[in-house]
Design a protein around this ligand. Structure first.
Ligand SMILES: NC(=O)c1ccc[n+]([C@@H]2O[C@H](COP(=O)([O-])OP(=O)(O)OC[C@H]3O[C@@H](n4cnc5c(N)ncnc54)[C@H](O)[C@@H]3O)[C@@H](O)[C@H]2O)c1
Length: 367
């Protein structure tokens, strides 16, 4: 059942979802696309250059009539109003039960369009063409869909696995460098939680994180494999998938408190380093763990400290977090690469570590 793509990377994932990395023209084939749909709707993220999807269009158009619409990219498309507009597109183009939705976009467009696909006719199939690094290594894998409601992020959603995910690095060429960096937070997270060899490979040479921040194809494939393995173990987020929340406890609080909202990748990068410092403090990780992680994140142009965020409001937000149980917040703690534990940590300890001086001073003593 396993296929080999041009890049040599392919996963059967769950029976109903296949994932490949490589140029669309080479890895997207009939087997991957499945049965011929009665209609096909291509939803393109407004940030994606139309011409970049030519190879995709020509493959899809050979199978059935193809209708294309543009969806505004970024966080705004996850509002209930924008989501309803996606449903209106479905209605307007007459998407029927036998139809197929192909989504070419970042994590936001993916989350909103996949949620719409999950409820349309009680679920029509979709195919994911991630166009950001974050969507390639994280958002489009695992079938979680969501939109925001009443100021709360990802409040409503569903599980709706795409039939296939095709990650083509060429899509990243038009992505701003700052957005590519956001994806590196998740790629480094994947390496740390699930692939110590990938982590070492990233650490080994100065060009393993290229200056254009487009990862090597083998590194992209390895990071994708980590997420696939974890969600396959725990498709409906009952346990092991919690590891993927490494960096997200503090990260969510930072996102909630910042205005304008701190980009997710930046918040997760800061959150991972904080969790590592917490791990050192409670004796779960050896000294140097946080510096090791911060060094790698900084090489991908990511921030690693929480300066500028008020301590009191941060503590208040953390205490109101949905992960709080019996007054103690649960943290995904990095013991060492490849070994994570989920632990409650007393708020007093959290506060103590938040008061530590920024790590940058230790990592880059000359700056
Ligand atoms: N479903 C999940 O499991 C999951 C996991 C992680 C994150 N997410 C969600 O993903 C979202 C973040 O996704 P993201 O980081 O991909 O950012 P994004 O989707 O918000 O896109 C960021 C910006 O990049 C633009 N863009 C997209 N592709 C482009 C390209 N190839 N060239 C130029 N511009 C392009 C978009 O139009 C947008 O302006 C958040 O809403 C988050 O909640 C979901």
């Amino acid at each position: 059942m396993t296929e080999i793509s041009q890049d040599g990377r392919s996963w059967p994932h769950r029976e109903d979802c296949r994932i490949r990395t490589g140029p669309i023209a080479e890895v997207l084939d009939e087997e991957l696309l499945g049965s011929i749909p009665t209609s096909q709707l291509l939803l393109r993220d407004s940030g994606v250059d139309a011409a970049a999807l030519d190879p995709l269009r020509s493959i899809l158009a050979r199978r059935a009539a193809l209708i294309e619409r543009v969806v505004p990219g970024g966080a705004a498309c996850k509002s209930p109003e924008s989501w309803q507009q996606i449903l209106q597109i479905f209605a307007e183009v007459g998407l029927d039960r036998g139809g197929l939705v192909v989504v070419a976009g970042g994590g936001s467009v993916g989350d909103a369009c996949a949620f719409a696909a999950s409820v349309w006719h009680r679920g029509v199939p979709w195919i994911a063409i991630p166009t950001t690094l974050l969507a390639m290594v994280d958002a489009h894998i695992g079938g979680k869909t969501a939109i925001h409601l009443g100021g709360i992020k990802n409040r409503i959603g569903s599980f709706h696995l795409p039939r296939a995910v095709v990650s083509d690095r060429a899509m990243l060429e038009s992505l701003p460098l700052s957005e590519r960096a956001m994806g590196w937070a998740e790629l480094i997270k994947a390496a740390w939680i699930g692939d110590p060899q990938l982590l070492e490979s990233l650490e080994q040479s100065s060009d393993s994180i290229p200056v254009d921040l487009i990862p090597r194809s083998e590194h992209l494939a390895q990071a994708v494999a980590v997420k696939v393995a974890i969600v396959d173990q725990d498709p409906f987020e009952k346990g092991p998938r919690e590891r993927l929340n490494f960096g997200h406890t503090l990260g969510h609080a930072l996102e909630m408190l910042s205005s304008p909202t701190m980009p997710h990748g930046e918040a997760v990068a800061r959150g991972m380093v904080f969790a590592a410092r917490l791990a050192e403090q409670i004796g779960e990780a050896s000294d140097g763990t946080a510096v090791r992680l911060a060094t790698l994140l900084q090489r991908a142009s990511l921030p690693t400290d929480c300066s500028g965020i008020g301590l009191e409001s941060l503590l208040e937000t953390l205490q109101g977090d949905k992960k709080t149980r019996a007054g103690q917040l649960r943290w995904v703690i990095p013991r060492r690469p490849g070994e994570m534990v989920v632990r409650p940590v007393a708020i007093e300890v959290v506060e103590r570590v938040l008061r530590f001086p920024p790590l940058e001073a230790i990592v880059n003593p000359l700056t």
